[in-house]
Design a protein around this ligand. Structure first.
Ligand SMILES: [Zn+2]
Ligand SMILES: [Zn+2]
Length: 141
């Protein structure tokens, strides 16, 4: 497999690679991502799970409802999340990618939860809630 894109954690114990282009790049303003990342806004790069491979044994998981977030068990860097309602998809933290500047977000998700002092003057589409419809949700905006 020729890796199209690679990434990893701060300390290097977790590495991953994706063999294809992402299907999704977006900002997320939701409170759950904010807690998980510690940052006022997160950004994610979505791939099809079968096109992604991990190396190393440091990856830890934290499950919260349908969403499972992964992080490095050594340095604590957030790595990715999967949502059981979105089978076959994995969303990496944009900052975990080796070439983060390559992944330009195309929209904002969950802007209803955006922090009032955070101003991002771009013309990207803004979704009040999720930008990816969940089958059980039915409230795509
Ligand atoms: Zn690490
Ligand atoms: Zn979020």
């Amino acid at each position: 497999m020729t890796a199209a894109h690679t990434g990893g954690c701060r300390c290097g114990a977790v590495r991953f690679e994706a063999s294809a282009e992402p299907h999704h790049v977006s900002y997320c303003h939701c409170g759950d991502c904010r807690r998980a990342s510690g940052a006022p806004v997160s950004a994610f790069v979505g791939f099809i799970t079968e096109q992604v491979a991990f190396t190393g044994r440091a990856l830890k998981m934290f499950e919260n409802g349908p969403v499972t977030r992964s992080f490095c068990g050594i340095c604590g860097s957030p790595i990715a999340y999967v949502d059981e309602r979105l089978a076959d998809h994995i969303y990496f933290m944009l900052g975990a990618m080796d070439m983060p500047a390559y992944f330009k977000p195309t929209h904002h998700a969950h802007v209803r939860e955006q922090l009032p002092f955070l101003h991002m003057p771009d013309d990207l589409p803004r979704h009040l809630k999720t930008s990816v419809p969940r089958p059980s949700d039915g409230t795509q905006s």
